[in-house]
Design a protein around this ligand. Structure first.
Ligand code: FAD
Length: 316
């Protein structure tokens, strides 16, 4: 079932979450271990992120350099199929532009359709560590809007390979939005301008980057509506879990903590302290968002279900 149909079918705020494929070498059980504790809150859909491989060059004995893939995370498509099969819940694979030619994108989408997956979150992806800025595949997409256009074309029966008679796909397409603006955008106005293009190209809902100040989410929704972006906007929340997160999350995700939160974080001495503040803040944020009747609250687990469970217990 499509994410948008789940949203339409419920008057209440829904619960959903996102998981990361584990690093290579782990089994599917590590995914189930992260999902099992959250199933009691009846998620209507579970997102699975996509991660590009990163490469290092290792010198061989003969002096030649060997390119080695590191940090590989096993296939999002297979994980989505396993989740749908085990839990009878919709899985939403993330599909990115980075590293994919248009043909590879088409093939990935054909696999998804074959497996009965109705949803895709379409993203550009970040630059890989060895690049200073995002570089698209030579025959790929530079921006998420182009990926959305390709999926929309397939939804209209227009494939790249035009020599075979293929059925139109029927994907529900989601896109990313940034209440504190995307870090490369000149300002929030230009970011919203491009966000609207994604919706015009076929995105049917938006999931936001994590934020810790609900006022920023509410202001973002207002600004989107003024811009004529009228699709559902699902807020994304991430519970702070460790002392490292305190500086890592603002640095990596380009977000700010409100002063009331930073004041609490300054008092933390251990990971346990930081985790407790993260849970309490997450509960407070979720209560306010639910009271505002947001369509769904989407939690970033980042391989940590415990804090999300502690929050969800109070909210759903
Ligand atoms: P875009 O919409 O393409 O925007 C990128 C930048 O370009 C923005 O600054 C925008 O304003 C600008 N822009 C857009 N269109 C144009 C245009 N036509 N011309 C000029 N400028 C333009 N990354 C992963 O690698 N894997 C994941 O699984 C993943 N999941 C995510 C889930 C969510 C909910 C979010 C919010 C982000 C996720 N990301 C993921 C990170 C995301 O890939 C990065 O934030 C990336 O830098 C931007 O992706 P986007 O789809 O928002 O890009």
């Amino acid at each position: 079932m499509k994410v948008t149909d789940h949203l339409k079918a419920s008057d209440d705020t829904l619960f959903s979450f996102e998981i990361l494929p584990p690093l290579k070498g782990k089994s599917i059980q590590s995914i189930y271990d992260g999902i099992d504790p959250l199933m009691e809150f009846k998620p209507r859909f579970v997102n699975v992120t996509y991660h590009r491989e990163e490469f290092i060059y290792k010198e061989r004995e003969n002096g030649l350099l060997e390119k080695i893939a590191i940090r590989k995370r096993p296939g999002t498509v297979g994980i989505c199929a396993a989740i749908m099969n085990k839990y009878q819940v919709d899985a939403v694979p993330h599909l990115i532009c980075g590293g994919f030619s248009r043909e590879e994108t088409e093939n990935a989408l054909i696999d998804l359709q074959f497996l009965g997956i109705d949803n895709v979150l379409a993203l550009r992806g970040d630059s890989i560590k060895t690049e200073s800025s995002f570089r698209p595949h030579n025959d790929g997409h530079a921006y998420a809007v182009e990926l959305i256009e390709q999926i929309d074309e397939m939804n209209n029966g227009n494939y790249l390979m035009d020599d075979v008679n293929l059925e139109p796909t029927n994907f529900c397409i989601g896109a990313a939005g940034y209440p504190e603006k995307h870090f490369e955008a000149m300002n929030l106005s230009t970011d919203l301008h491009y966000l609207k293009k994604k919706v015009e190209a076929g995105a049917e809902y938006i999931v936001t980057q994590m934020f810790f100040d609900n006022e920023k989410y509410f202001a973002f929704v207002d600004a989107c509506r003024k811009e004529g972006i009228n699709v559902p906007i699902i807020p994304g929340l991430k519970p702070i879990k460790t002392m490292r997160h305190i500086s890592f999350l603002p640095k990596f995700f380009h977000i700010d903590y409100p002063e009331a939160l930073s004041a609490e974080l300054l008092k933390c001495k251990t990971n346990k302290d930081a985790e407790q503040v993260g849970i309490e803040w997450g509960i407070q944020q979720s209560k306010e968002l639910k009271a505002a009747n947001v369509p769904c609250i989407h939690y970033y687990t980042m391989s940590n279900s415990d804090s999300v469970k502690a929050i969800a217990k109070e909210i759903f």
